[in-house]
Ligand binder design. Sequence first.
Ligand code: AHM
Ligand code: MG
Length: 354
Amino acid sequence: STPVHSDTSPMTLTRYMIQVAMDNTDLEHMQDMQSLMSSIQLACKKIASLVQRAGITNLTGYEDSGSINVQGEEQKKLDVLSNEVLKNALRYSGKMGVIASEEEDEPVMVDEVYSGNYVAVFDPLDGSSNIDAGIATGTIFGIFVQNTGCLASDWESKIDETELTCLYNTMQPGANLVAAGYCMYSSSVMMVLTTGHGVNGFTLDPQIGEFVLTHPQITIPSRGKIYSFNEANSPQWDPVLRDYVEKLKTGDNRAGVKYSSRYIGSLVADVHRTLLYGGVFGYPGDQKNPNGKLRLLYECAPMSFIVEQAGGIATTGKERVMDVIPDAVHQRMPLIIGSKDDVQELLDMYAGDK
Ligand code: AHM
Ligand code: MG
């Protein structure tokens, strides 16, 4: 149904989640999603305000302690703070069992008092290298139901039992996600969300402090005119991908159209543009980094869930991203994502190359 934009009864994210719960009384996780999303949207509003005021409040730049995360990256002040904000919001939702974040070495078990049975995976402030220049950033999140099945049995010898259970619970393929979304901090603050029934976009109305449904049932155009890769890496790409991008540049592709190039270097913003305008975004593997740069659990999988729900394709180049069973929390995965026809053309080129 069409959302109501009148001042008196906007379809807020809160109201939307209540509706989702009422429409799915048979699904337990849909009931819990209401309080989970209420925690997540609060965290995102807080992060939005931190990001917007960072230059004024001396929150730009790196942590004074020079702290480095498990992936060897220097942490920015806002990375650390956003992680705390999101972690605490989720903890107090009373629904979380395990939280895994880009900024945490290992997944964190939520204290028993606040504990529930969901797993949240998130990148609290993706693209933070852009922040000091005022470029768009975003929060990415995914929610799983806790899984007691073992997916990484050879870890047993290395870590203690609590950690093990904890890890097992986070090690799930994207196909198991019950919800995923991102919040983009840009010229406007937007929350884009899927619970597996399409994708909806909500814009933060600063006047009332609420996310309002502005983009109901987003579908990605079946073909776009934009490609988005860090082309500085192209000398290390495989020849098929190089050839594909060359065809997009010259117009010698199935659409017979010359493409434009857009690359922000912020996953959320690049995927958001791709979702709305169509085209293809990729962070492929290359000779130096065979698995690319983006992290499977809290970057690739949630984005893939969203784009698939909008009618697009997300692939590693070899398989569907959603089907990849993770074997490490911070594992990287090549990602090619976007319009159905654009991504399919590349997949067909790979198939023909075999
Ligand atoms: P981060 O999680 O350390 O911020 O890195 C992820 C970001 C993505 O937002 C973006 O797509 C990518 O890194 C850009 O990488 P590059 O600078 O190599 O093009
Ligand atoms: Mg990131």
